[in-house]
Design a protein around this ligand. Structure first.
Ligand SMILES: C[S@@+](CC[C@H](N)C(=O)[O-])C[C@H]1O[C@@H](n2cnc3c(N)ncnc32)[C@H](O)[C@@H]1O
Length: 248
């Protein structure tokens, strides 16, 4: 695998810089750099050693390994498409199997006890199931009272009504209607009554922070590694960050 390391080292993401670019690319599950997104999201969350964290839609569990290593938390690395047997290998390789537990499950049918988690994070995954009006109330039951919930992933800088704006039209497909702005998410979560939204923002230059830098990969990830920017005026943000606390 050939990786342009320089593009995966960034002064903005000092924690992520400690991880080998080859490992980051080999354990990527989509077009985003899950370590950068996790690092950005966790600046808004007070994670403490020993906390129980659900990494929902963790893909190949690189963010789960990162969360344990950086914050000393215990992580239930939960995903639908990637099996627990595959993820345990990566977790063992990272020597964190006593603290990171792979689970294959759907976000809509979670095998956990109520109020089990101190924090729930979802990196580049929540849009697959979280736009449902009823979903947040379901998920929030797994958080202890006052626990944290945070998501980061691709989104829009601004919502649009009607036709797809000219600058997005070239690559927009109908399934992208699940992408929303930070304001949209804030309203959506606020209306649920299940959480108090403390922060909802976008990384203004987020389109710069796709998982660029791979020139080839046995996983054929390169086909997904388009930078999100299509034009300088694009409303794409790589990331919308949302952080809420469960109502007590
Ligand atoms: C774009 S990948 C991101 C994975 C990882 N968080 C990352 O950043 O590399 C989206 C992930 O969401 C997961 N996902 C989609 N629908 C899901 C569901 N209903 N329950 C759990 N995970 C789901 C998929 O299995 C997939 O791994």
């Amino acid at each position: 695998m050939s990786v342009d390391s320089n593009k995966l080292v960034n002064e903005r993401f000092l924690r992520s810089n400690k991880y080998s670019p080859e490992w980051v690319v080999a354990s990527a599950s989509g077009g985003a750099n899950s370590l950068w997104l996790a690092e950005w999201l966790t600046t808004a969350m007070d994670l403490r050693p020993g906390m129980r964290v659900l990494d929902l839609g963790c893909g190949r569990a690189s963010s789960s390994i990162f969360l344990h290593r950086e914050f000393g938390v215990e992580v239930w690395a939960t995903d639908l498409w990637f099996s627990a047997s595959e993820n345990i290998r990566r977790i063992r390789d990272a020597n964190v199997e006593r603290y990171v537990f792979p689970i294959q499950a759907s976000a809509r049918s979670l095998p956990f006890a109520v109020e089990f988690f101190d924090a729930i994070l979802s990196i580049d995954s929540f849009v697959y199931y979280g736009t449902d009006d009823l979903y947040l109330s379901y998920l929030a039951r797994f958080l202890r009272p006052g626990g944290y919930l945070g998501i980061a992933g691709a989104g829009l800088m601004r919502e649009f009504d009607g036709p797809v704006p000219e600058h997005l039209r070239e690559w927009w497909t109908s399934d992208l209607c699940c992408l929303h702005s930070a304001d949209w998410w804030s309203r959506h979560w606020g209306r649920s009554g299940a959480v108090d939204v403390e922060l909802a923002d976008s990384m203004p230059d987020g389109w710069n922070y796709g998982l660029t830098g791979t020139t080839s990969s046995p996983l054929k990830i390169e086909s997904k590694l388009r930078p999100f920017r299509r034009t300088e005026e694009s409303t794409w943000a790589m990331s919308a960050r949302l952080h809420a606390v469960e109502t007590t």
